[in-house]
Design a binder for this molecule. Structure first.
Ligand code: NAD
Length: 291
């Protein structure tokens, strides 16, 4: 079965829009998400544009602050402090990656944990590890929601997460090992130094591919009935497409789809869920559900 992230994301966004109407009619403050975009990287423009559009559709207020690529680290940190102290803004994100003269870690740590709707601040990461209420990072949170909406069984299952990045693989491994649903998996966190990855994948009930290597996971690495979540997105040239490129996931979809019980397509699987996650986190911030 195909896990339709596009459909579920729109469902969640509709539910959030209905909540916003309730907030409006009760006279309370409408959720407000802000984004800081430094420079004009094409992919970042697209991602931020999609986030702003989704906010508007859900009835949120949104603000986009554009900063030149040459902005100094201090200027950016000052802007973050300004947003931390702005009572009109419930939560905000700084779109990554940042120009190389700016420390992303410093930027992340300057964002107040209460407003860190990307869930990257060490306080939110620590709270996630301790299974305390926290903003969860968008991609793992989206995957969790997708699994929940399709009632995918996770308790007692073996799971391999391929890739240990701070934004995807590592938090994903923590969330699936937690004592909750979805969770209670026995998790292996695999990375570029992992040996016998083929055997680990072959013996796993759930495979989360998040390594950024197009079509890495093939049918020989997947056992019958496995759940396969493809996080990868790589742009590759494609002559037949209007744009001149297409997006490939980390999974050889055409052959793996024949073997597994559930699979996410690329595009239209994990990607659209991240927008829903961000809106969910902003709604939580507005309701002060976490802090
Ligand atoms: P990253 O480059 O930061 O990390 C990749 C990880 O994969 C590393 O931990 C590395 O050790 C591991 N790895 C690399 N080669 C490996 C191999 N041969 N075997 C095992 N492990 C290997 O990547 P990231 O930021 O986590 O992104 C991963 C992919 O997910 C990329 O394609 C990215 O575009 C995509 N992505 C998608 C979404 C989404 O919304 N769908 C969100 C974030 C990232």
């Amino acid at each position: 079965m195909i896990l339709d992230g596009k459909k579920i994301s729109l469902e969640i966004q509709d539910e959030i829009a209905a909540e916003v109407l309730k907030i409006k009619s009760s006279g309370k403050k409408i959720p407000h998400l802000a984004a800081i975009l430094v420079g004009n990287d094409g992919a970042s423009e697209t991602y931020v544009g999609a986030k702003v559009k989704a906010c508007e559709k859900a009835g949120f207020h949104s603000s986009l602050f554009r900063m030149p690529a040459a902005i100094t680290e201090n200027e950016l940190l000052n802007k973050i402090i300004e947003l931390n102290n702005d009572p009109n803004i419930d939560g905000f994100i700084v779109q990554l990656p940042l120009p190389s003269h700016i420390s992303s870690q410093k930027v992340i740590e300057t964002i107040s944990p209460e407003k860190d709707v990307d869930g990257f601040h060490p306080v939110n990461v620590g709270r996630m590890v301790l299974n305390l209420p926290s903003y969860l990072p968008a991609t793992p949170f989206g995957i969790i929601q997708l699994m929940k909406r399709y009632n995918i069984e996770t308790t007692g299952k073996s799971c391999v997460v391929i890739g240990r990045s701070q934004i995807v693989g590592t938090p994903m491994s923590i969330l699936l090992a937690r004592n909750s649903y979805p969770g209670n998996c026995t998790v292996t966190l695999a990375h570029s130094k992992t040996k016998n990855l083929n055997e680990i994948c072959k013996s796993s009930d759930i495979i989360i591919a998040a390594l950024g290597k197009p079509e890495f996971l093939n049918a020989n690495m997947v056992k019958d009935g496995a759940v396969v979540i493809d996080v990868g997105i790589t742009r590759v040239p494609a002559q037949n497409s209007k744009s001149g490129f297409k997006l490939l996931g980390d999974v050889k979809f055409d052959e793996v789809v024949e073997k597994c019980s559930f699979i996410t397509p690329v595009p239209g699987g994990v990607g659209p869920m991240t927008i829903a996650s961000l809106l969910m986190n902003t709604l939580k911030a507005n309701r002060k559900e976490i802090y």
